[in-house]
Design a binder for this molecule. Structure first.
Ligand SMILES: [Fe+2]
Length: 240
């Protein structure tokens, strides 16, 4: 397991990589002042996460979900039961989520707080119907919506290529210097900024819905290779 920490003014972001069957990345937001922790998309190893926060002197009070897929949620109930943490998810994801504990819902542009740390919600449907990203000071946690030089598939219930295209247009508006953090380490590198992705991620480069659709459909038919590195728009169009 690889571990990274980013220290910001009000919070630290710790990331555990390559956990569980699908090698998920698990994100911890530690609010310095309140000593509380929000864990984003906890899956596979509830006790590991609870003890990791406890050993640092923090209490997990919040579980923030990006989308319903089990590899992002399968430890949420256990952590909620063991810590009393509140679970939050996007309102449009409710019909799909398999969560036993109470859920708080958020919608586009809502701001949620963890002590003195705030996160803005960006609704980014496409990979799922109600997927959301959490935008914090300097970092965005995007679940499976956007990967390093890639993006999530549109092959499970609730997915929509058109909505994924629209979500990409929204993500292009995130500040260039914001670091992108993803649900899986599928790209050629782990650390990247939105500026890098805007200039080299095929899903952000394609600027017509028709091209975007044929790109994603071509991938599901095996005609287009899934991108893991920076491409130019010309290179992406040559793949269509
Ligand atoms: Fe997913």
């Amino acid at each position: 397991m690889k571990l990274q920490t980013f220290k910001e003014k009000t919070y630290s972001l710790d990331i555990m990589y390559h956990l569980g069957t699908y090698e998920n990345s698990i994100h911890f937001i530690f609010d310095h002042e309140s000593k509380t922790c929000a864990i984003i998309d906890p899956a596979w190893h509830a006790d590991l996460f609870i003890n990791y926060a406890k050993d640092k002197g923090y209490k997990i009070t919040d579980i923030w979900l990006t989308h319903w897929h089990g590899d992002h949620t399968n430890a949420a109930d256990e952590i909620a039961q063991k810590t009393g943490a509140k679970i939050t998810a996007g309102i449009n994801e409710l019909p799909y989520l398999d969560i036993k504990n109470d859920l708080a819902t958020v919608n586009d542009d809502d701001v949620i707080n963890l002590g003195g740390t705030t996160a803005r919600i960006i609704n980014t449907p496409g990979h799922t119907a109600g997927g959301i990203c959490y935008l914090l000071d300097g970092h965005i946690v995007a679940g499976d919506t956007l990967f390093v030089y890639g993006a999530g598939h549109c092959s499970l219930p609730g997915a929509s290529i058109k909505e994924l295209y629209d979500s990409m247009q929204k993500l292009k508006k995130v500040d260039d210097n914001v670091m992108l953090h993803c649900g899986h380490d599928y790209g050629c590198k782990i650390n990247t900024t939105m500026a890098e992705q805007k200039s080299g991620n095929a899903y952000l480069l394609l600027d017509s819905e028709a091209d975007f659709t044929s790109f994603v459909q071509g991938m599901s038919k095996g005609l287009v290779a899934y991108p893991t590195e920076a491409l130019t728009l010309k290179e992406v169009k040559a793949m269509l």
